[in-house]
Design a protein around this ligand. Structure first.
Ligand SMILES: NC(=O)c1ccc[n+]([C@@H]2O[C@H](COP(=O)([O-])OP(=O)(O)OC[C@H]3O[C@@H](n4cnc5c(N)ncnc54)[C@H](OP(=O)(O)O)[C@@H]3O)[C@@H](O)[C@H]2O)c1
Length: 303
């Protein structure tokens, strides 16, 4: 029986990297993850240009009883192709979600996420689309991604469902959500807030942050784990990995889970052994000293 409480799921499998994946491969991974207590799948209309949702749809067609065992979240709002843009219009959201449901072979998604803010968004249009999708039973929960507090307020003013999650990039080498809060009122680069206090806002409004690309540096650059460019960080990860009998990846995930905002971590590996290495993060509880040691090893100065 799936829980309705999003914080019951600390780890989420993200299905963005689907280029070389078959439905059989994904089915094996999902069955393995279900045995390990991982029930949430994160996808989007644009992942693999629809292939990510189609793979889930093919698996559900073969095993309809799986639908009640997995929590599916998908996203809408980014337009790829010759004219890339964002689109939160009523028509785009409604038709986009209906097309996702077709590909997913589902009557509903558990969570719909607005993928990236549209500068031209009209909250009333967003509200009309989301409220109708909810009334029609096509979405059960609602969230956003890559949004700051004012954008969330704007959307919340017109949508009757609460914003339950905000998916944001966060990891040891992408710490913008916390840097400025540690350097308030100082004239240094890390004191500049690039997100207007998004993490504090999420905590105050009981919005669960979901950390995407937890091992990635910058915007889709490289993984920092075992990367010779980040020797100091890897040295600390190794010490804590040995201490806890887990992988460095697990320690990097445990670092995110240790934050009291109750992050969910969205990992993207499609390799069963790599996933096994990540899942044990749930058993690792870092001390405050260890948490700050890793933050410093990632290149941050504590003033
Ligand atoms: N909302 C948004 O705007 C947004 C944007 C981007 C991503 N996302 C979500 O976030 C998810 C994760 O993103 P991501 O795939 O970029 O992030 P990720 O989980 O940080 O990592 C990806 C890389 O780390 C490697 N890796 C992971 N675990 C490993 C292990 N134990 N050992 C060795 N290598 C390991 C993976 O290689 P292998 O594949 O070889 O294991 C992969 O190349 C996506 O699937 C998507 O759902 C959301």
């Amino acid at each position: 029986m799936l829980s309705n409480k999003i914080t019951d799921y600390p780890l989420i499998h993200g299905l963005m990297r689907v280029q070389n994946l078959s439905a059989e491969d994904l089915e094996k991974l999902i069955n393995y993850e279900l045995k390990e207590g991982i029930e949430v799948l994160d996808t989007a209309d644009i992942y693999g240009r629809g292939k990510s949702e189609e793979l889930i749809g093919a698996i559900l067609k073969k095993n309809p009883s799986l639908r009640g065992k997995i929590y599916i979240q998908t996203k809408v709002g980014i337009v790829k192709g010759d004219e890339p843009r964002y689109d939160f219009s009523y028509e785009y959201i409604k038709k986009g979600v209906e097309a996702s449901l077709e590909r997913l072979n589902c009557q509903y998604v558990d969570m719909l996420i607005l993928h990236r803010p549209d500068a031209l968004m009209e909250p009333e249009e967003v509200g009309r689309a989301i409220n109708e999708l909810y009334d029609e039973g096509k979405i059960r929960h609602f969230g956003v991604s890559n949004m700051n507090p004012y954008q969330m307020e704007l959307i919340a003013s017109a949508v009757k469902l609460p914003i339950e999650v905000n998916q944001l990039q966060f990891g040891l080498m992408h710490t913008g959500l916390i840097d400025a809060g540690l350097k308030v009122n100082n004239h240094m680069e890390e004191a500049i807030s690039y997100d207007l206090g998004t993490l504090d806002y999420c905590r105050l409004h009981h919005i669960t942050p979901q950390a995407w690309s937890p091992f990635i540096v910058g915007f889709f650059e490289d993984s920092f784990v075992d990367n010779p460019k980040y020797l100091e960080l890897n040295k600390e990860l190794e010490i804590l990995a040995l201490k806890n009998g887990v992988s460095k990846h697990a320690v990097a995930v445990a670092w995110i889970l240790r934050h009291p905002a109750h992050f969910q971590v969205v990992y993207g590996s499609m390799n069963e052994q790599h996933i096994a290495d990540i899942l044990v993060a749930r058993n690792v509880k870092l001390s405050k000293e260890e948490w700050y040691r890793l933050y410093r090893a990632a290149g941050h100065v504590i003033i």
